[in-house]
Design a protein around this ligand. Structure first.
Ligand code: UD1
Ligand code: CA
Length: 451
């Protein structure tokens, strides 16, 4: 059995991003760039996965955590030097070493699997990924002899016009025989003008040693985009967005306009759900089956049940049980929890509150720090006055209660089961079950109040 270790090269400075953030921590479809690479490795069952980082990589370590081990390349002396920094963590741990980049999120795990499979089948010293492209993208060229055998990789800066005309490019992704790699990598000598140690020199070395070099070609050049600028970042985002959207559509999700539908890689959606345009589904979000989402909605880190409707609304860290609906122009804030079939209409806001099944809150209400029983009616403009400038207080509303329009419920306060609150009431004291309370401040309804 062969064992696979992976080194992900990510010590580059990323200066062209013009960012305070380490390049590989920038998100692509909601997932930090470097995690796409880590997942390329994990998909192959690699162990260990070693990330080669620069000195200033706290954000990278925070992002990846224990999913990788870390090798530090203190000085950026080239790709060969970068891989050498991973030797202590990899040597003796794996008999095949795969080198990946931390800035190539669009590379498909299937493509890397194809590279590894050929490597294992043929057992050369190196198996490398190449791509045919008229646009050289500044990549190294793959030079072959008249028999078609790989001779070397030639970097663009050092290439003659004949070499420059070659359209087979080196993607920078390689499988190495580990014993050979660790013996020969330290012998790479620096190349002018920048005195960098080129990992690409290993290819010519393998030929020199009379060992084989195999190539696997990737058809789709968009898989090997290395991200150096924000323009590349947007290109990678578009590639992965399309891939995510197409895979969801194949699983039975309808997207009316995929190009205007922004779904993070981390989102799960059930079949027969319809997503309207200008919708962003982000983070740890799941959406059930048969739901209708958008247009113009943002849902982040939330759980949306089967057959829910979210119309032109913002939902953050919230839960909607099945058949609940919100919008247009609703806002669920953290810890909002709408039970099954809850209806929340225009301009409603709910934060840290549970609305039990069947409750209706049709218009212009704010409910925060509250628990509302089943089948309550929250009249237009009802406000839970939950904050006194220092602390938050809880409002409890019993099942079947009817809260009249424009009521102010001054927390802490509790409205009983089946109680009725008159329109415009300012409720400062608890209201018993089935009582009627109205006015400012609200008081119980007396016999003599009947006109
Ligand atoms: C490299 C290849 C080139 C290939 C191209 C594909 C070499 C000499 N050239 O070129 O043939 O076509 O990739 O994208 O390898 N890195 C480090 N430490 C370093 C230098 C680089 O960790 O000292 C990392 C970078 O963070 C990046 C990756 O290695 O993830 C590639 O570095 P980059 O500078 O982009 O390589 P190229 O010169 O573009
Ligand atoms: Ca590059």
């Amino acid at each position: 059995m062969t064992t696979l270790g992976v080194a992900i090269l990510a010590a580059g400075q990323g200066t062209r991003m013009k960012s305070d953030l380490n390049k590989v921590v920038h998100a692509v479809c909601g997932k930090p760039m470097v995690l796409w690479s880590v997942e390329q490795a994990e998909a192959l069952g690699a162990n260990p996965v070693v990330l080669v980082v620069g000195n200033d990589a706290d954000a990278v370590r925070e992002t990846v955590g224990a999913r990788a081990q870390y090798a530090v390349q203190a000085e950026r002396l080239g790709t060969g030097h970068a891989l050498l920094q991973a030797r202590d963590l990899l040597q003796g741990q794996a008999d095949t070493v795969l080198a990946l980049y931390g800035d190539m999120p669009t590379l498909r795990p299937e493509t890397v699997a194809r590279l590894l499979a050929l490597h294992q089948q043929r057992s050369p010293a190196v198996t490398m990924l190449t791509v045919g492209s008229e646009d050289s993208m500044g990549f190294g060229r793959v030079a072959r002899d008249p028999q078609g055998r790989v001779r070397a990789i030639v970097e663009e800066a050092a290439a003659t016009p004949e070499i420059l005309a070659l359209t087979e490019l080196n993607c920078g992704v390689y499988c190495f025989d580990a014993d050979w790699l660790w013996e020969r990598l330290p012998q790479v000598s620096p190349t002018l003008p920048k005195n960098e140690y080129y990992l690409t020199d290993m290819v010519a070395m393998a030929i020199e040693d009379g060992l084989g070099v195999e190539t696997v070609s990737v058809e789709d050049v968009s898989e090997v985009l290395g991200i150096n600028t924000r323009i590349h970042l947007a290109q990678a985002e578009a590639v992965l967005r399309q891939r995510i959207n197409e895979s969801l559509m194949l699983e039975g999700v309808t997207l009316l306009e995929p190009a205007a539908t922004y779904i993070d890689a981390t989102v799960r959606i059930g079949h027969d759900t319809v997503i309207y345009p200008n919708t962003m589904l982000q983070g740890d979000t799941s959406i059930g089956q048969g739901a209708t989402i958008g247009p113009n909605s943002i849902i982040r880190d939330s759980r949306i049940g089967d057959r829910c409707r979210v119309l032109a609304s913002v939902v953050e860290e919230a839960i909607m049980e099945e058949d609940a609906d919100i919008g247009p122009f609703g806002h669920l804030r953290p810890k909002a929890h709408l039970g099954a079939g809850v209806h929340m209409g225009n301009f409603g806001e709910v934060k840290d509150a549970y609305l039990a099944p069947g409750t209706k809150m049709g218009h212009f209400s704010y409910v925060g720090n509250a628990r509302i029983g089943e089948d309550a009616n929250i009249g237009a403009g009802t406000i839970t006055c939950n904050y006194d400038g220092h602390n938050k207080y809880t409002t409890v509303i019993g099942a079947g209660a009817f809260i009249g329009s424009g009521a102010m419920l001054v927390a802490p306060v509790s409205i009983g089961t089946g109680a009725i609150i008159g329109a415009g009431a300012v409720v400062t004291r608890d209201v018993p079950d089935h009582a009627i309370s109205y006015g400012v401040p609200a008081r119980p309804k007396e016999q003599s109040d009947d006109a």
